[in-house]
Every structure is written in structure tokens, then in C-alpha cells.
Design a protein around this ligand. Structure first.
Ligand code: MSP
Length: 645
């Protein structure tokens, strides 16, 4: 980061309120949070923006399906995003909503400015529109002449009066910007992609709609009430209106953004439309637009219909929020796609965090307790272990540029080198031998070296794991803040002498997956470890319980099994490709008519068996006492296939 940049404006995309938060949203937000925490620690005036994108046909439709007004619906989902970020301690400075009054005024001001400049004109639009992506496509871009190239859903032909933005006018200026600013789009491969796209020619962009209502109206001066603004113009403008653009411009000196963090799917909007809008508004362009890749689960694309969407809260609750943050940033090279599997997460926790970092602290606590009653001193560290210390500083010096160029996985990789140096130094110099041989000063200095390495690593890891690193710092007698950063990192100072505080192990080892897997992806996952825990007085572990797959099923058909007094034959929908046949001994208590269309609870991974020559592919849960048998059913209707547990 260059010295003259004292401000850091960092943004996430604003999230559509047609979906609840998932791992993709958490990923962008956690990267942005990491950058924001770092910037503050490094003394930059930081403004971190996130929020929700609430207008457009997609939201209007989603609200209607739920019998709500768009605003009621947006309030609910926007609230869920905000609540999750609050629970995750995301350090945002503002949470913007595109339904905020001042945002809408700012968008109108921008529209008017571009209109007055002659960059907006009125015409008729005819094109193929994908509601889901809120984007138009040309005939040649469509798949099989009909389907959206981005999401695969059918497009509609839309013909309507529209205002257009003269995007074509900015083609050359955009190309000039990309070419002169090597790092304006990160990673660089994405920049090449954008350049190729723009070189292919830009058409003017339709920026208003008349086919629906739920959007920002045109400025009153233009007086054309049947138009609302295209959601992407509305949404992109949030980056400026959040700073008060068009209303109260007090914060506008945070502009231009240091970085807009986005996913690769919304690159075109950010790297082509947005800078063109900014050029039209005579505003400076952002420093970086950084596009990350896509998360899959156990190698599969996540989707609601597959039921394999990762709920970030569930993962954070099970594995620890900060471990999850570390995993996401370390696991995938920024820009590449990443795969979430519990195995990969557990490996990172046990190996990087547990073995390399946690054990080092435990060893230091153990040895200093034994050798010096917990007293640790930096005296003689530079004199006796100067070589190690300078290698550590070399690594630390490389970190900051990696962070601001979004190479977060490299950042963490590099940050682990000092830990390796520390672990190696213990093995090589063997302080227990030194103590035995009476080389006490050398042993103390070695402990001092380890403490300083841990302290410096904790400072630089702080943006990724804010609370865990404060615990490490507490053990080492200091607090992580701007002063600690200046002293330990910038000035390469060493810790003042301190008495170590014992802290409990930070990363207890995890043996087995803590969350139930979604079938059938579960098969890919590591098998439960061979080392089975001994049953204690008939108790089972949670993993043993989850070996039984229970799910809600909907009975599609029911009939008596001929010649059987006990059996009914059911066809039960478990949300799979075809219904399961289940033969159940419940005829005494239920007639087929009692069952049709009702829901039942099914043991779904039972080996199929034949009953009176009929294949039965599951078992119903029921409770039977002296008064008879009752099926166990969900208290409220649930989607067929919903796991129970
Ligand atoms: N509302 C627009 C953004 C407007 S910004 C001016 C939008 N919203 S979104 O909610 O659909 O997506 C927000 C972000 O989540 C995008 O950056 C997208 O890339 C990211 N992700 C959505 N699913 C994802 C994964 N499975 N993996 C990683 N990120 C993904 O687009």
C-alpha cells in the first residue's frame, strides 16, 4: 500500500434479498472484513460497506409468491443478512439498503447528471431478458436460442420503451483504463477477460423498465412516471450513495473505493458498466475490483433443489467462526473456485491451526512454566537468534502487498513460515538439553524467540482471526492494536518482558465431521474413522446416530397388499428422482385413505428387504403401545426429503 493512501473504502456486493445468506455471501463478506480490520490496524481511515439489493422484478416476484409486499419481504430478508453479519462480528461501518430514502435520492441525482450530460436518451428496447439475472442478452448469447447463458433459465422477449445509457461512447476510455491500470481488476486473468469483452464492442445499455414497478423512479425533473430504474444502475450506485452522494456528502472523500469485492459472476457489471457510469459522472474510478471464484460442495454446485447449500452459521457454530474464516481464506487461491468439504476444513483446523500454531503456544507455555516460572524475556534474542529473527522479518515484510492484492491464500501461506521457523528452532536447539547442560541464557532466549514469533504472527493473523489472536496476545502479555502493529511489525521491535498467562488449548483436535452430510454427497466424504469409540452404557455418539438417515416423506400412493392382514404398500416421495416403495405393517391401524397425501418419517438408508415378495425400500417410524400404533409425523408440513435430526 502506498504511503499517500490514508483512506480505505472497502465494499462487498449488496446481496439480493431473494435468498437467505449462504457460504458465497459469507465468503465475500469475510474477505472484506479481513481487509477492513487490517486497514484499521494499519492506521488507515477505513470505511467498510455492505448491505442489501432490494429492487427489481425478481424480488417483486419472490414477495408475491409469499403473499407479502416487496418492502415487507425485503425487510425480512435484509434483516436476516444484517443479523448474520452482526452475529459474525463483521466490522461493517454501514449497512446500506437500496430502499433507503437517501440512496434513492442519490440514484436519481446520478441519473439526472448523466441525462443532462447527454449520456442518457430514450428509445425502444427489444431483447431477450433473464429475470433471474436481471440482464439482457443478444440472440447469439442465448443457449439453444432461448435459455440464459448465465443461469440456464428461459429468457423472455421484452419490447418496451426505455432510456439508454451511452455505454458505447465509453468503450475506448474503458480500454485505456484497463490497460493503464494493471491491477484495476484482480486477479489479472479476469482483467484480460474484461478487455476481450470490451474489445468485442459495447452496445448502449437499457437502464429503465416499464414492465414492473418495484424500483427507483426517474428524477422528478424528467417526469416519466411509468419508468423505474434498471436494478444494476440502482445497485451499483450504492457504493457512492453510501458515502452520501447526492444528499449529505460528508463522507464522499472516502471515494474512490480501494476495493470492490465481488464474485466472478458479477464482474461485467462492476468492471464495465460501473466505471462507465463513473466516467459519465466525472468521478474517479475504483482502485481495484477483485473477483473471487465460486464455492462448490464436495465437488458439486450448490443449489436449493439439491439441498446442499451450505449455511455459514451452521458451519461456524459447529467448527468455530474463526476457524471457518481461516479455512475459507487459506483453502482457495483468490479468484479460483473452492470446494467446501468437512474433511478439508477439519484438516486445516487440525494441521495448520492445531499443530503449527496451537501446539507452538502450548509448548511455549509448558516450557516457560517449567524453566522460568512463566517469565519470558526478549533480551539476547537478537544476539543469539538473529538469523531466525531476520528470516521471520523477511516473511512478515512480504505480507501487506499480498493482502491488498487479494492474494489471501499466499498471505496466510507466507505467515505460516515464521511458525515453521519457530517449530524448527525448538527441534534443532532442544531447549530441554540446554537446560540440562546449564545453558540457561540460551534456553531463555530461545523461548523469547518463540514468543516474539508467535506475537508477530498473531498480529498479522488478527484480521483473519480477531478473537483467537487476542487470546494469544493476552497469553504473551500484550494487546493487538495499531501500536502493537507499529511496534512489532513496522519497527520490528521485540516484546517487553512478561509472564506468560496459561490459556486453554485453542484448537482442540477434531476427529470426525461435526455436521450431518447431505446425501448422496456424503459418500465422497471421509468415512467415520476406524477408531470407534467404545459405547458407554448403551449410549451412542452423535455420529453413530447420524449413521441412520431419517427423512420426511410424502405418501403419494397407498394400497392394501393382497392376502396380507398386516401390510400396506406405499409410494413415498423422499425428494429423490423417483418415489420409494415402502411396505409397512400398519394395516391394522391405518387404511390407505388415511395415508394418501400425508407425511411420514422414514428410515431412508435401510437395506431394501422383500416382504411378501414386494421390495420395501425404507421403514416408517411409529410408536406402539397397548392402545395401538401411531405413525410419527412432522408437526408442520416439510418438503419431501427434509432430513430429520
Ligand atoms: N445484488 C447483486 C450484487 C449487486 S452489487 C452492486 C448480486 N447479489 S447476490 O446476492 O446474488 O450475490 C452476491 C455475491 O454472492 C456475488 O458476489 C456472488 O458471486 C456471490 N455468490 C453467490 N453464490 C456463490 C457461491 N456459491 N460461491 C461464492 N460466491 C457466490 O449479485
Amino acid at each position: 500500500m502506498s504511503e499517500h493512501c490514508k483512506k480505505a473504502y472497502i465494499t462487498t456486493p449488496i446481496y439480493y434479498v431473494n435468498d437467505v445468506p449462504h457460504i458465497g455471501h459469507a465468503y465475500t463478506t469475510i474477505i472484506a472484513d479481513t481487509l477492513a480490520i487490517y486497514s484499521r490496524m494499519a492506521g488507515l481511515e477505513t470505511f467498510f460497506l455492505t448491505g442489501t439489493d432490494e429492487h427489481g422484478q425478481k424480488i417483486e416476484q419472490a414477495a408475491k409468491q409469499r403473499g407479502k409486499t416487496p418492502k415487507e419481504y425485503a425487510d425480512e430478508i435484509s434483516g436476516r443478512f444484517k443479523a448474520l453479519w452482526d452475529e459474525f462480528d463483521i466490522s461493517y461501518d454501514k449497512f446500506i439498503r437500496t430502499t433507503d430514502e437517501d440512496h434513492m435520492l442519490g440514484v436519481q441525482k446520478a441519473f439526472k447528471t448523466m441525462y443532462d450530460k447527454g449520456d442518457i436518451y430514450k428509445d425502444v428496447y427489444r431483447g431477450h431478458y433473464c429475470i433471474s439475472c436481471e440482464a439482457f442478452f443478444t440472440e447469439t448469447q442465448l443457449v439453444d436460442g432461448e435459455f440464459c447463458p448465465e443461469c440456464g433459465k428461459p429468457t423472455q422477449i421484452v419490447e418496451e420503451e426505455s432510456y439508454f445509457f451511452r455505454l458505447s461512447k465509453y468503450q475506448d476510455k474503458l480500454l485505456e483504463w484497463y490497460r493503464e491500470n494493471e491491477k484495476c481488476i484482480l486477479p489479472k486473468t479476469r482483467r484480460n477477460e474484461v478487455i476481450r469483452f470490451v474489445e468485442g464492442g459495447l452496445e448502449d445499455l437499457s437502464i429503465t423498465r416499464t414492465s414492473f414497478d418495484w424500483g427507483v423512479k426517474l428524477p422528478p425533473e424528467i417526469d416519466d412516471p411509468k419508468h423505474v430504474m434498471y436494478v444494476w444502475l440502482d445497485a451499483l450506485m450504492n457504493y457512492l450513495t453510501a458515502l452520501g452522494y447526492g444528499t449529505d456528502e460528508k463522507l464522499l472523500d472516502f471515494w474512490p473505493a480501494r476495493v470492490h469485492l465481488i464474485g466472478k459472476d458479477i464482474l461485467r457489471f462492476h468492471a464495465v458498466y460501473w466505471p462507465a457510469f463513473l466516467m459519465s459522472l466525472d468521478m474517479p474510478l475504483p482502485k481495484h475490483i477483485a473477483a473471487h471464484g465460486w464455492w462448490t460442495r464436495n465437488g458439486e454446485k450448490m443449489s436449493k433443489s439439491k439441498g446442499n447449500v451450505i449455511n455459514p452459521k451452521e458451519v461456524a457454530d459447529a467448527y468455530g467462526l474463526e476457524n471457518f474464516r481461516y479455512f475459507m481464506l487459506r483453502e482457495v487461491p483468490f479468484g479460483g473456485d473452492g470446494d467446501f468439504s468437512q474433511k478439508a476444513l477439519i484438516d486445516r483446523i487440525n494441521s495448520d491451526l492445531g499443530n503449527d500454531l496451537g501446539n507452538l503456544l502450548n509448548r511455549l507455555i509448558g516450557m516457560s512454566g517449567k524453566y522460568s516460572d512463566g517469565a519470558v524475556s526478549s533480551a539476547k534474542v537478537a544476539e543469539l537468534y538473529g538469523e531466525e529473527l531476520s528470516e521471520v522479518h523477511d516473511s512478515l515484510d512480504k505480507l501487506e502487498p499480498l493482502l491488498f492484492e487479494m492474494q489471501l491464500h499466499h498471505y496466510l501461506e507466507e505467515l505460516w513460515k515464521p511458525l515453521a521457523i519457530a517449530n524448527k528452532a525448538i527441534d534443532r536447539y532442544q531447549p530441554w538439553v540446554m537446560m540440562k547442560e546449564g545453558r540457561v541464557q540460551e534456553a531463555y532466549a530461545l523461548l523469547g524467540l518463540i514468543a516474539n514469533i508467535l506475537a508477530k504472527v498473531a498480529v498479522m493473523l488478527h484480521p483473519v482471526m480477531p478473537k483467537t489472536t487476542q487470546t494469544i496476545a493476552r497469553a504473551l502479555g500484550f494487546t493487538i492494536n495499531q501500536t502493537a502493529y507499529e511496534d512489532l511489525i513496522k519497527r520490528k521491535d521485540l516484546l517487553s518482558d512478561f509472564t506468560i498467562e496459561k490459556v486453554p488449548p485453542l484448537f482442540p483436535r477434531i476427529e470426525d465431521p461435526l455436521l450431518q452430510e447431505v446425501a448422496p454427497a456424503a459418500a465422497e466424504e471421509k468415512k467415520p474413522t476406524e477408531k470407534k469409540s467404545e459405547p458407554i452404557e448403551g449410549l451412542i455418539t452423535i455420529d453413530q446416530f447420524f449413521q441412520t438417515k431419517l427423512a420426511v416423506g410424502t405418501v403419494l400412493e397407498a394400497e392394501e397388499v393382497p392376502k396380507s392382514k398386516k401390510l400396506l404398500r406405499l409410494q413415498v416421495d423422499l425428494g429423490e428422482e423417483k418415489p420409494r416403495q415402502i411396505v409397512a405393517g400398519i394395516k391394522e391401524w391405518y387404511s390407505p385413505a388415511d395415508l394418501m397425501g400425508t407425511q411420514v418419517c422414514v428410515v431412508a438408508n435401510l437395506k431394501p428387504a422383500k416382504l411378501m415378495g414386494l421390495l420395501s425400500e425404507g421403514m416408517l417410524l411409529a410408536a406402539k403401545d397397548d392402545e395401538g400404533l401411531a405413525l410419527i409425523r412432522p408437526e408442520a408440513p416439510k418438503k419431501a426429503g427434509t432430513p430429520i435430526g
